[in-house]
Design a protein around this ligand. Structure first.
Ligand SMILES: Nc1ccn([C@@H]2O[C@H](COP(=O)(O)OP(=O)(O)O)[C@@H](O)[C@H]2O)c(=O)n1
Ligand SMILES: [Ca+2]
Length: 404
């Protein structure tokens, strides 16, 4: 594991400065308002001289469920959940640094799925909470994040950390959230640049370098949105008591599910088929032909985060603490095992079969990966959550001139 443990040291190089240099310590508070939960990351950095990048010293992390979008009709209550998390920062940051510590909230896909009006109401309540706090509130402190920024920042962090590592063939990241999914990589071939839609290509500046990236966020292709799409319930008016059925669910199941402030009734195919085959056909309708497939990624390997990690860990494909390396076909094998023995897996989430089948279809038919494409599943490094929030905080501190 030495390579993995070195990762943050690579990213924030160790002290190379004269012994009497003045050390600059600073904090950044970043909220990740995701579709399934709200999280606070309080980062501490130290910078020992202007010539070298700040080092990450530590992180305090806490999360609450549900996400802000569940408070679509009660924006004050949503903001309250943010305030409770922000109170942690009052204790964590020394009072004399409060005024120099920026607080920012970036919402991801969940809020993008709400109406403009409801999303804005939530954001302005949150903004009020920030303004009543003793922290530095920059312009645009509360916003809905552009999906390509989310992917870019995450990938650049990993890529920068890998420069001196061994795993130089892994140049991309895959993130599977609740409402959206991102793919990002550093293109190696001219072909990719020529064949990709314009808005899939971006250059990104961080750590004093410019990175040319392929990045895209697919809204509605997160795991939970995909459940609704598979059930035929995404972007439709749900009639009172309407029942959505799928061959990916246990035959006898009938239940309720709340997502994005809406209640859905769903269940298994009581009379019809269940199992991997019919389920795969259902899920295929959601992904087939909907995603751009760059040729060069077929043989690459990718880091994979979020629900890729969670579902692999839930089914013992990887260790929950350590993560691991998988091939795409491992997800398919597990999906077959779960879907064709649904009663045996009934103790876990009733969506386990659908989730694994969706992940399989997304990777193979969506992105066009091969059966043997390698995925490196990672959650934490040195006890720090691997998240776009770290890169975004770093970016923020640089833009505010808080680093030297
Ligand atoms: N700090 C975090 C944030 C999200 N996640 C993962 O992301 C999943 C949900 O994604 P999300 O709520 O951020 O949804 P999106 O808004 O990104 O679509 C969680 O269930 C976790 O698997 C994580 O592992 N650690
Ligand atoms: Ca997310």
């Amino acid at each position: 594991h030495s390579n993995r443990e070195m990762w943050f040291q690579d990213l924030f190089p160790p002290n190379m400065c004269p012994i009497n240099a003045k050390t600059n310590t600073f904090y950044g508070i970043m909220f990740d308002a995701g579709s399934t939960g709200t999280r606070i990351h309080i980062y501490t950095f130290v910078q020992k001289s202007p010539e070298i990048l700040p080092e990450l010293e530590g992180e305090i992390f806490e999360s609450v469920k549900p996400g802000l979008s569940a408070y679509a009709d009660q924006p004050e209550k949503g903001a309250e959940s943010v305030k409770r998390l922000l109170d942690m920062a009052i204790d964590a940051v020394p009072p004399h640094l409060w005024k120099k510590t920026p607080v920012v909230l970036k919402a991801t896909a969940g809020l993008r799925l709400l109406s403009e009006e409801k999303a804005q109401a939530l954001l302005s309540e949150v903004k009020e909470v920030f303004e009543e706090s003793p922290f530095l509130v920059p312009e645009d402190s509360v916003s809905i994040m552009d999906g390509s920024y989310e992917g870019a920042v995450l990938n650049v962090m990993w890529f920068a950390g890998q420069l001196s590592g061994q795993n130089q063939h892994t140049t991309g990241t895959l993130d599977l959230g609740g409402a959206s999914t991102q793919i990002t990589f550093l293109p190696r071939f001219e072909e990719t640049l020529k064949e990709s839609p314009r808005d899939f290509l971006t250059s990104f500046e961080m750590f004093n370098s410019t990175y040319k990236l392929y990045t895209h966020s697919y809204l509605g292709f997160g795991l939970k949105a995909a459940r609704l799409a598979t059930l035929g319930a995404l972007n439709t008016e749900v009639a009172d008591g309407q029942m959505f059925r799928s061959s990916c669910l246990p035959k006898q199941l009938e239940a309720e599910w709340h997502f994005g402030g809406v209640k859905y009734r769903y269940g298994g195919n009581k009379e019809g088929e269940t199992g991997f085959k019919p389920c795969y056909l259902e899920v295929l309708k959601v992904v087939k032909g909907k995603l751009h497939q760059p040729d060069e990624i077929r043989g690459s390997s990718f880091y994979a985060f979020s629900y890729y990690y969670d579902r692999a860990a839930d089914t013992n494909l990887i260790d929950y603490e350590q993560g691991g390396v998988l091939e795409v076909r491992d997800f398919e094998r597990k999906a077959k095992e779960v879907c064709d023995n649904m009663e045996r897996f009934s103790s876990a989430s009733p969506f386990l079969c659908m989730d694994l089948t969706y992940i399989t279809a997304l990777l193979k038919e969506g992105f066009g990966f091969r059966d043997n494409t390698l995925l490196q599943l990672t959650k934490k490094v040195n006890n720090i959550e691997t998240s776009w929030t770290l890169g975004a905080t770093f970016h923020l501190l640089q833009s505010l001139g808080i680093t030297y």
